[in-house]
Design a protein around this ligand. Sequence first.
Ligand code: SF4
Length: 271
Amino acid sequence: MTESTKGIIFNIQRFAIHDGPAIRTTVFFKGCPLRCWWCHNPESHKILPEKFDGCNLRRGFDQTFSMEKDEIGKEISVDEVMNEIVKDRVFFEESGGGVTFSGGEPLMQPEFLKDVLAECKANGIHTAVDTSGFAPTEIIIDVARSADLFLYDIKLMSEEEHQKYTGVSNQLILKNLIEVDRLGKKIIIRIPIVPELTDTNENLSATRGFISRLKNINEIDLLPYHRIGEGKYKKFSKQNKMSEIKSPESESLENIKKFFSELECKVKIGG
Ligand code: SF4
């Protein structure tokens, strides 16, 4: 084990059922190069730990390495994070679950991610990487060698809209997805369903057309926008550009599900 490798995370969530197959432990990496308007984890954006008055987001953390009360993010070694992950091994074995690395964007800390993935592999623990796909191609290919599954977001197919609503181009993201697919990795596509932004006929048709050309898509998860992150924008004094947008109606979600089901792969509402 590479004992010296350290990363910065901001949460460990146990018994997660929306972050990949079966019961999982989700490790949330701090730092993300995107700024999606609908992000419900705005506290993940900056990579370094941050102090906020009166915040307390320590849910799921074990007492042994919980963060300071007013701090979001903590430096942690591969050994320490593995100590937390293996505590849940019995649940992984019974349910067929494992650990999911999410964020933020886990590919922003590639050395730490690769070392934890290698340790999980050595311990026989199933791994999933939940990513926006916005990372250098060589990094994503390198990570794909150790990860069992990718949870890969497709948000907007229009380059212009992607730039506007996430802050970055979608070109690298789509190119990387083609590369990961070529490697034969298992992939679950995750599509945030945000009324008026991502749920337009144009965007959904273009997304389905793109997915239809990939070979290793196991499942498509439709992630309905919800407003639970709203309070965080206030708490962390960040600008919320989504105050007018409501959660999608269930009828609309069912129609979108039907639309993607024509690809003959499993489609789920929720993760
Ligand atoms: S990629 Fe995920 S964590 Fe990053 S800004 Fe978008 S929604 Fe938030």
